[in-house]
Design a binder for this molecule. Sequence first.
Ligand SMILES: Nc1ncnc2c1ncn2[C@@H]1O[C@H](COP(=O)(O)OP(=O)(O)OP(=O)(O)O)[C@@H](O)[C@H]1O
Ligand SMILES: [Mg+2]
Length: 503
Amino acid sequence: MENYILEMKNISKKFSHIKALDKVNLKVSKGEIHALCGENGAGKSTLMKILSGVYPHKTYDGDIIINGEIKKFHSVRDSEKAHISIIYQELALVRDITVAENIFLGKLKAKCGIVNWNKIYAESKNILDEMEISINLSKNVKDIGIGQQQLIEIAKALILNSDILILDEPTAALTKNETKILMNILMGLKSKGVTCILITHKLDEVFDISDRISILRDGSIVSSFKTSETNENEIIKHMVGRELTQRYPNSTRICKESKFKVSNFSFVDHNENTLVSDINFEVRSGEIVGISGLMGAGRTELISSIFGFMKGKSKGDIYLDGKKINIKCPKDAINFGIAMLNEDRKQYGLILEQSISNNISISSLSLFSTLGVLNKDKEYKDTVLYSEEIGVKAPSVSAKVSTLSGGNQQKVLLARCLMTKPKVLFLDEPTRGIDVGAKYEIYVLMNKLASEGTSIIMISSELPEIIGMSDRVLVMREGKIVAQFQKDEVDQEKIMTKSAGGE
Ligand SMILES: Nc1ncnc2c1ncn2[C@@H]1O[C@H](COP(=O)(O)OP(=O)(O)OP(=O)(O)O)[C@@H](O)[C@H]1O
Ligand SMILES: [Mg+2]
């Protein structure tokens, strides 16, 4: 008999009348990296929250068996005592305290009421050294990038010396390089006998690193494979329940006149740092322009500063339909018909305790108001349309956004942008955390929007996505556009060379 460190047996979980998990069985062997795959809303995070005590014993049916023994966790503390730790899909760091304090959050030991900060800084440094990353420990978390925040979550889990480490989409916000660091860390842990359960929508990672793959679909485990005995197509087929022969939809749209133009643009933040400079580009009506580049290349800073989102000073000119426009704040941009999907959905986007409907319509309220009176009925009906078109999985648009799975929250934000029927649409990592099937649907929508005349500017760290969707690709490095490729001349190697500063 195989030696399972973990068995989850007949796990069922309901949220009011919605069945999130239905008699799920999962077996994980000691020391393996076990990938858990499935569409948005399939139940992956819920299953792992049960394992880690977020949903305590008695709020679900079935058994958690660790090393042959039934465990009843009443809290996250209980699961930590059983040497299980989890890194959540949504980052759980406290933004206004330092990196070191975050690493030791909840684990601070005070002697006679005095915390030994020197020791905490030394131990934090050790753990980051071990991970081979350097992050300024005394910076507040809100002042470091989202990728680095994710690495700190991992450091937090590592100091617990767990036997089972659960990572719920740890690489969604990481760059290729950071992902590589993480994958090396996981391989190192594996060699020490640590068992990892990894949830990710990035199938290349699954195949690079996992020993076994289990697939959840609509709340049930549908199949489990040894990684070496299966392939991407088979996994996708089990995840979405159908063959997906193409990853990117064909499009026959024609790019027309110049719609949006940025000329000699630069931006300096309030600390006098030049974030972007010498920026010149234009986007035609119906065109999708991809922006590629490494972390810190200034991609997000570029579109956020154009959009009026960042505090600081901009120089240069922006034209819409040939006319010079002046954007001082996001509201100005929206009034000009420019929309933006942010990369950090939790901080800038969603109102978690409000309904899907309210979250979708919030930027388009003028469409539903006459003389200041909101037509609630029309608002509701239109949000249903958008929510369906984009495939948000929820019982109804009245459901609170906080009850949605991570990927479905992302779809709500995208629906909000689309509802404004923008002339120009900025998308920052639009398919982050989205499953392969739903990605395809989003690409179809982007193409549709473009063929109706919208100009789309998309930042993505996934090169296949940039290449698969863009008519033209701009490559950024150190705050500047360093290369430009047409669709028919671009390839991954060229983008990577230019991103890294090569010729
Ligand atoms: N707190 C909650 N209240 C009500 N329903 C919930 C809650 N949390 C999750 N659900 C529902 O349970 C189902 C499973 O969600 P879960 O977050 O586990 O999906 P997931 O597989 O992690 O998806 P994703 O890939 O998008 O992160 C979804 O239908 C979701 O809407
Ligand atoms: Mg999830």
